[in-house]
Design a binder for this molecule. Structure first.
Ligand SMILES: [Zn+2]
Length: 642
C-alpha cells in the first residue's frame, strides 16, 4: 500500500485527524489483505511525526529504525504484526516497500559490483602489493563468528619495514610503526552490516590515495604527512552474513550469539557495534537498547564486542588521530557530536567541526548537486544514539586525545536506502572521495603547513568592520591575503542553518602590508551578523586562515581575545582588541573578591594588544581581573599554579 506522499503531507498539515481516519480506512481495505497474504514479510515503512519528540515514542516501540528526518519522519523495517501496531497507534505512515525481499529481486539484479569478502581481501592485498612504499595491510582480528578478517590498510609514506606490503600480524606486535607520530586519520565503514555502500566508499578512498600518489600533489602531500588508516568493513561477520549480492538479510548487528543457543544471526542475536563504545554507553534506552533482540542492542557492557575494541585499540595505541570519519547509510546527513544528548561540542571545537563539515558539504554540493543536512543526531536523523563512535572519538579524553569524530549517512531512501543498486557506486564513492580530499587539504592547512595565523579578529566601528590579524611563515612565503564575508544568522543553539548568503570576496586587490595586518570592510550594514573568512595566499597555495564573526548591531569597544597561559605561574598575558585608542584600568581580585593588586593602567592601540600582568607574587588559586574604561567593563577568571 503506497499512500501518495503529497497527499500525506497536505493532510498532515491541514487536519491530522481526518488523515488518521483516512489511514484507518485504507487499512481496512488494504493492510488486512497484506496480513492475510504475506504474514512473514517485512516492510519498509515511513512513519510521519508531527513534532521532534514523537521520534522517541517510535524508538520506544522497539522497531528497527533505519533512518529518519528530524521532526518529519522515522523510517523503520517492520514485520506485519508491527505494521499493524503502527496502524493501531494511529501513526500516519507510508509503506515504502511492502516486501523487503523485492529490493533488487531477481528481475532487478544490480548488486554484483559490490565487494564481497573475497573480492575485498584480494583488492586490499593487491593495493598493498602494488604500492608497497605507501600501503600496508593489517589484520585487526576477527569477530565472534570468525567469518573473516577485519582488514585495516595503512596509507602513508615513510614505512621502513621490508615486508612485501602484506602483514598478518597485529600492528602493535610487528614493530613496523617506525616511531612515526604523524597526524592520523581514520576512515571506517560498515559498523552496520547492511550498509555495504560504506565499504565501497572507504575502499575507493584507499584506491584513490594509492593510485594518485604519484600524480596528484594534494594526495602526495597528505600521504607524505599523515597516516591514513582505512577500515572498509569493521563488522565483517555481520557484513558477510548480510551478503548484499546474494541474500540482503537486512542484518545490522554483529555475530554475537546473544541467547547462546549455538546459532548465530537468529533474530535475538547480535550487538549493535555502533552502540558499544564506552563513552556514555547505555546513557538511556532511546539512544540504545538493553534488549538483545532490539536492532540497537548495546551489548552486555561497554566494549564487550571485538569490533569496537579493534577501533579503540588502534586509536589508543597509536595516538595522534585528528579526525575519524565513520560512514553509514542511509539518509544524506553529516552528523557530529553529541549523540547522547541534544547538545554540541563547545568553544573552538564547535567552530572547527563546522569548518570541516561545511567545507566537505560544499564539496558534496558542487559535485552531487545538493548538500547533506548537517548537525548533531537530533537535527539530522531526529533521534539520539549513545555508545557510538563519534561520541567516543570526540568525548573520550583519558585513554587518548580527543579527535573530530563524525558520521556520514550516505544515499537516500529513493536510491534504495541500505541497498542502492550498484549503479550508484561510482557517483557515491566519487562524491565522498572529493569531500575527503577537501578534508585532507584542511588537515594539511591545519597540521602541516608552516603558516601560522596567530589571530583573526573583527570589530564593528562607525566606519565599518575593522579586521585585524597576524600571520607568519617560517620561509616568508606569504604573498598576501583575501577576505571573504557572508551573512549568517546568530544561532547560539548550533543549528547549521546559519548561512544566509555565500562567501563573497570583499577586498578588490590582494591585502598586503606589515604585521599585524588590517583591513576595513566599509560595505557593511547595521544590525547584521557577518562571518569573515581569511585566506592566506602564498607562492604555492591558498590556506584557510580562519573565521571571525562580527555583529554590527552593537559596537564592542573592547573585546577580550584570549587569556594565556592559563593556569599561569609568573606572567599572565591578556589579548585585547579595540576599535580605537583606549585607556583602561585593570584590577585583580582573589576568589573572595578582595582586590589584591594595585591598578594597572594601559593605553591600548587600535587593533590587537597584549597586556601583561605580573602574577609572580600570587599564591596558587583562582583569581579574576576586571578591565574598565569609559566605554566598557569586562572581566575574566584565571588560575595561578606554580
Ligand atoms: Zn549505520
Amino acid at each position: 500500500m503506497i499512500v501518495n506522499m503529497k497527499e500525506v503531507k497536505i493532510k498532515m498539515i491541514c487536519k491530522k485527524n481526518i488523515f488518521v481516519i483516512f489511514i484507518a480506512f485504507m487499512l481496512l481495505l488494504g493492510v488486512s489483505y497484506i496480513f492475510a497474504e504475506q504474514s512473514d514479510t517485512t516492510s519498509w515503512v515511513r512513519i510521519y511525526i508531527s513534532y521532534p519528540e514523537e521520534a522517541n515514542y517510535i524508538l520506544s516501540e522497539g522497531f528497527d529504525v533505519c533512518s529518519g528526518s528530524a521532526g518529519e519522519y522515522v523510517d523503520v523495517i517492520v514485520n506485519q504484526d508491527e505494521l499493524k501496531r503502527i496502524a493501531d497507534r494511529g501513526y500516519a505512515y507510508e509503506v515504502l516497500l511492502d516486501d523487503i525481499d523485492k529490493l533488487g529481486g531477481p528481475s532487478n539484479l544490480g548488486y554484483s559490483n559490490y565487494h564481497n569478502y573475497t573480492e575485498l581481501t584480494n583488492d586490499l592485498q593487491t593495493l598493498a602489493q602494488t604500492y608497497p612504499d605507501i600501503a600496508k595491510l593489517y589484520n585487526l582480528g576477527q569477530g565472534w563468528a570468525q567469518l573473516g578478517n577485519i582488514w585495516a590498510l595503512r596509507v602513508t609514506n615513510g614505512s621502513s619495514d621490508n615486508s612485501n606490503g602484506s602483514n598478518n600480524g597485529n600492528h602493535e606486535e610487528d614493530g613496523s610503526n617506525d616511531n612515526q607520530n604523524k597526524p592520523r586519520l581514520l576512515l571506517v565503514g560498515v559498523h552496520h552490516a547492511r550498509e555495504p555502500m560504506t565499504c565501497e566508499i572507504v575502499y575507493n578512498d584507499a584506491k584513490q590515495l594509492c593510485s594518485l600518489y604519484q600524480t596528484d600533489s594534494l594526495v602526495k602531500k597528505a600521504v607524505d604527512n599523515f597516516e591514513i588508516w582505512i577500515v572498509p568493513v569493521i563488522n565483517v561477520d555481520g557484513w558477510i552474513n548480510d551478503d548484499v549480492e546474494n541474500s540482503r538479510k537486512m542484518w545490522r548487528k554483529n555475530g554475537r550469539d546473544n541467547n547462546n543457543d549455538g546459532k548465530r544471526f537468529t533474530s535475538a542475536d547480535g550487538v549493535d557495534v555502533n552502540r558499544n563504545y564506552s563513552y556514555k554507553w547505555g546513557y538511556d534506552n532511546q539512544g540504545s537498547s538493553p534488549n538483545p533482540s532490539n536492532e540497537s542492542y548495546r551489548g552486555p557492557s561497554a566494549f564487550s564486542e571485538p569490533e569496537p575494541c579493534f577501533i579503540r585499540d588502534l586509536i589508543t595505541s597509536l595516538g595522534n588521530f585528528k579526525v575519524g570519519v565513520s560512514y553509514h547509510s542511509y539518509g544524506e546527513y553529516i552528523i557530529m557530536p553529541w549523540g547522547y544528548i541534544n547538545a554540541y561540542p563547545e568553544g573552538e571545537d564547535y567552530n572547527t567541526y563546522w569548518t570541516i563539515i561545511n567545507g566537505m558539504n560544499d564539496t558534496i554540493q558542487s559535485y552531487y548537486g545538493r548538500k547533506y543536512t548537517a548537525g548533531n543526531c537530533y537535527v539530522t536523523v531526529g533521534y539520539p544514539t549513545n555508545g557510538d563512535f563519534d561520541d567516543w572519538a570526540y568525548g573520550e579524553k583519558d585513554a587518548k586525545n580527543s579527535l573530530f569524530g563524525m558520521t556520514f549517512e550516505v544515499n537516500s531512501q529513493s536510491q534504495g536506502g541500505f541497498y542502492p543498486s550498484d549503479t550508484y557506486i561510482p557517483q557515491t564513492t566519487e562524491t565522498h572521495w572529493r569531500a575527503l580530499k577537501w578534508l585532507l587539504q584542511w588537515m594539511i592547512n591545519k597540521y602541516v603547513t608552516d603558516i601560522s595565523v596567530l589571530y583573526f579578529e573583527g570589530i564593528s566601528t562607525d566606519g565599518g568592520v575593522k579586521l585585524t590579524w597576524d600571520a607568519s611563515s617560517d620561509n616568508e612565503k606569504i604573498v598576501g591575503f583575501d577576505v571573504y564575508r557572508r551573512e549568517v544568522l546568530d544561532s547560539p543553539t548550533g543549528s547549521q542553518l546559519t548561512e544566509i548568503s555565500n562567501y563573497v570576496k570583499i577586498n578588490d586587490k590582494l591585502i598586503t602590508g606589515g604585521r599585524p595586518y588590517h583591513f576595513t570592510d566599509s560595505t557593511t550594514s547595521l544590525n547584521m551578523h557577518y562571518e569573515y573568512r581569511l585566506d592566506v595566499i602564498t607562492n604555492d597555495n591558498d590556506y584557510n586562515g580562519g573565521y571571525t564573526k562580527v555583529n554590527t548591531s552593537s559596537q564592542v569597544p573592547i573585546s577580550l581575545e584570549k587569556v594565556y597561559p592559563n593556569p599561569v605561574s609568573d606572567n599572565l598575558h591578556i589579548g585585547l582588541i579595540v576599535s580605537e585608542p583606549t585607556n583602561i584600568n585593570i584590577n585583580v581580585y582573589d576568589i573572595s573578591g578582595r582586590r589584591i593588586d594595585s591598578v594597572t593602567s594601559a593605553n591600548l592601540v587600535e587593533g590587537h594588544n597584549v597586556i601583561d600582568i605580573d602574577t609572580g607574587k600570587l599564591s596558587n588559586g583562582v583569581y579574576s581581573f576586571v578591565i574598565t574604561s569609559d566605554k566598557a567593563n569586562l572581566s575574566s577568571r584565571f588560575c595561578v599554579l606554580k
